[in-house]
Ligand binder design. Structure first.
Ligand SMILES: [Zn+2]
Length: 93
C-alpha cells in the first residue's frame, strides 16, 4: 500500500478500509502516453465516494511501462455502481 493508504489503514476501522479499497478499485489510472491502465488502488490512490486523495481527472503518475512520470487519466471502471451514487445523493440533499 502507498503511504496515504497506510495512513488511512492506521486510523480507520478495517471495515471502512475494505469499503474504501472496493470503492477505489472501481477506478483506474490510464497512462495517456502508452494507454496502459491499472487500478487506482494499485497506483496508491484513494477514492471513497466523492472524497479522493492523490487523484483528479488528470493526474501525474508513474508509469511502469514508460518508466517515467506521465500524464494519466483517472477513469471509472463501471458506470453503474450504486453505492457511490448513494454518496452523491447524500451530498446533494
Ligand atoms: Zn505509459
Amino acid at each position: 500500500m502507498s503511504f496515504v493508504q497506510n495512513l488511512f489503514a492506521a486510523i480507520l476501522p478495517s471495515s471502512w478500509m475494505d469499503e474504501m479499497q472496493k470503492s477505489t478499485e472501481r477506478w483506474s489510472v490510464r497512462c495517456c502516453r502508452c494507454d496502459n491502465s491499472r487500478s487506482l488502488w494499485d497506483a496508491g490512490g484513494i477514492r471513497w465516494g466523492k472524497m479522493s486523495v492523490g487523484n483528479v481527472q488528470r493526474t501525474l503518475a508513474w508509469c511502469r511501462d514508460c518508466q517515467e512520470v506521465t500524464t494519466a487519466a483517472v477513469e471509472r471502471n463501471d458506470a453503474a455502481e450504486d453505492s457511490e451514487r448513494c454518496f452523491d445523493r447524500v451530498e446533494a440533499s
